[in-house]
Ligand binder design. Structure first.
Ligand SMILES: C[S@@+](CC[C@H](N)C(=O)[O-])C[C@H]1O[C@@H](n2cnc3c(N)ncnc32)[C@H](O)[C@@H]1O
Length: 404
C-alpha cells in the first residue's frame, strides 16, 4: 500500500472538518453544534429510529446532502484496509480459561506470524500480561520468548498457568518484570535487537506502541497492535513520522478519545440503550447549566445501569447527590424538564452520530503515521485488519519486516 498517498489524502479530507471532530460536542454546546452544516443536521433530523441506526452504521438513507454523502464515501474508501485471512486453530486445552476475545485474537496472531517469521528464533512480547501469546508462540514455533510486563501480579498468574500446562521438554519462555520506557534500558534493550528476533506488542496501550517501535529498530520482525489512543499526547505522539510531520492534523484529547470508540454494528436493543444513556446525560447537562451556571461543564460520570432504565428523575437525583448539588425540584419537575429539552437532546445525539463518522478515519491516520515511521526506519510494512471488530474493535495490525 502507498502509505504516503493514503495519509496525504486522508489528512486533506479531514483537515477542513477539524472543528467537528476535534471538539467535544457536549462541553462546547451550543457553539459546537454550529460547526455542523445546516443541511446535515436537517437531514439527520428527518431520520426515523431505523435511519438513525443506519447512520450509526455509516449508511445514509433518503436524500442526504451531497457534501455529506461525498465525504462519507471518500472516508470509507480511504479507510478500507486489507484483511488478514485465516486462523491457527487452538486446541481445547490451549483455549482453556481464555475469553472468547483472547482466543479469537491469539488464533489470528499465530496465523499471521506463521508464514512471515521463518527466520525468527527469539521473540519478545512487550506488555505481555499473563504471557498467553508468548506461551503459544514458544510452543508453536519453538522460539525462545521473553514476555515483559510491569505488572508482577499478572506475570505470577502467568507463571502458575505455565507450570500447570508445561509440556514435556519444558518451555523456552521467560517472564521479565520491567516497565518498558523510552531511552536506554541495558537489561531489556538487547532483546529487541537482532535480525532473528521478533518484537511483538498485542494491544500496547497509548504511547507504549511507540516505545516498542522505537526500541525495535534493530529487530528482524515487528508486530504491533495498538489500543487506548486516548492515552496519546499530541504533538509528542503524533505525528511520529517525517511524512506525517508534513501532513499534520490538530489532534486534541477529544479527537484522540473519538478514535477509541467501539464501532461494531449495534443491535436494535444496543442502539436504543445508547440513545437512552445519551438522552439522560444530555438532559442532565442542560439541567446543570440552567440551575448551576457558575459550575460550568459538570461531568455526570457513569451511572449504575439500572438508572438508565427508569425515569429521568431517578437518574438526575442520583447524579445531583453524587455531585453534592440540590436542584430544589420535585421528581415531576425533573421529568418535565427532560421532556422540555427533548428537541435539543436529539440534536446533541444527531451531532454525535455525525461526528462518529470521523472516528475510524482518525484511527487510520494514527496508524498510517506509524507505518510511515517504520518505512522511514527501513522496514517493509503492512497494515492489515486482523480481528473481528465486534469482538476486538482495535483490530489493526502493523507488521514490519526486514526479511531474512
Ligand atoms: C492492554 S494490556 C495487553 C496485555 C496482553 N498483551 C494481551 O493482549 O492480553 C497492556 C499490558 O501492558 C502492560 N504495560 C503497560 N505499560 C507498560 C510498560 N510501560 N512496560 C511494561 N508493561 C506495560 C500492562 O501491565 C498490561 O498488562
Amino acid at each position: 500500500m502507498d502509505f504516503q498517498a493514503r495519509l496525504a489524502a486522508l489528512t486533506h479530507e479531514l483537515r477542513p472538518w477539524a472543528p467537528l471532530w476535534s471538539r467535544s460536542i457536549l462541553q462546547g454546546w451550543p457553539e459546537s453544534g454550529a460547526a455542523y452544516p445546516g443541511d446535515w443536521l436537517a437531514h439527520a433530523r428527518s431520520l426515523d429510529e431505523a435511519g438513525e441506526r443506519r447512520l450509526d452504521h455509516g449508511e445514509l438513507v433518503g436524500a442526504p446532502p451531497p457534501s455529506l454523502s461525498a465525504l462519507m464515501g471518500t472516508l470509507q474508501e480511504l479507510t478500507a484496509l486489507p484483511w488478514h485471512e485465516g486462523l491457527h486453530p487452538l486446541t481445547v486445552t490451549e483455549t482453556q480459561g481464555l475469553s472468547a476475545k483472547k482466543a479469537h485474537e491469539l488464533e489470528r496472531v499465530l496465523a499471521l506470524l506463521a508464514p512471515r517469521t521463518g527466520f525468527i528464533h527469539q521473540a519478545v512480547d512487550i506488555g505481555g500480561g499473563m504471557g498467553h501469546l508468548a506461551r503459544l508462540c514458544a510452543r508453536t514455533f519453538g522460539w525462545t520468548f521473553h514476555s515483559i510486563d510491569r505488572d508482577a501480579a499478572l506475570q505470577d498468574k502467568g507463571q502458575r498457568w505455565l507450570a500447570k500446562t508445561r509440556p514435556q521438554g519444558g518451555d523456552t519462555l521467560n517472564f521479565i518484570q520491567a516497565s518498558v520506557e523510552d531511552g536506554l534500558q541495558p537489561r531489556i534493550d538487547p532483546l529487541f535487537s537482532g535480525r532473528d528476533r521478533a518484537s511483538i506488542g498485542l494491544h500496547t496501550c497509548g504511547p507504549l506502541a511507540l516505545t516498542q517501535l522505537r526500541k525495535s529498530q534493530g529487530a528482524g520482525f515487528v508486530l504491533n497492535i495498538g489500543c487506548c489512543y486516548d492515552k496519546l499526547e499530541a504533538p509528542r505522539d503524533f505525528p511520529v513520522s517525517r511524512f506525517g510531520g508534513a501532513h499534520p492534523l490538530p489532534f486534541t484529547p477529544h479527537a484522540l478519545a473519538l478514535t477509541t470508540r467501539g464501532r461494531h454494528h449495534k443491535s436494535e436493543e444496543e442502539f436504543a440503550r445508547m440513545k437512552r444513556v445519551y438522552a439522560w446525560r444530555f438532559a442532565f447537562d442542560l439541567l446543570s447549566r440552567q440551575r448551576f451556571p457558575e459550575r460550568g461543564f459538570v461531568r455526570a460520570g457513569d451511572a449504575p445501569r439500572t438508572l438508565y432504565d427508569g425515569p429521568f428523575a431517578g437518574y438526575a437525583r442520583d447524579r445531583l447527590e453524587r455531585l453534592g448539588l440540590d436542584a430544589n425540584m420535585t421528581d415531576a419537575e425533573l421529568d418535565a424538564f427532560e421532556v422540555s429539552v427533548r428537541a435539543e437532546t436529539r440534536d446533541l445525539l444527531l451531532c454525535h452520530l455525525l461526528r462518529d463518522r470521523f472516528a475510524r478515519a482518525l484511527e487510520v491516520v494514527l496508524l498510517l503515521d506509524r507505518a510511515l515511521l517504520l518505512e522511514e526506519l527501513g522496514f517493509q510494512v503492512e497494515l492489515l485488519q486482523l480481528f473481528d471488530p465486534r469482538l476486538s474493535p482495535r483490530n489493526l495490525a502493523l507488521i514490519a519486516s526486514r526479511g531474512a
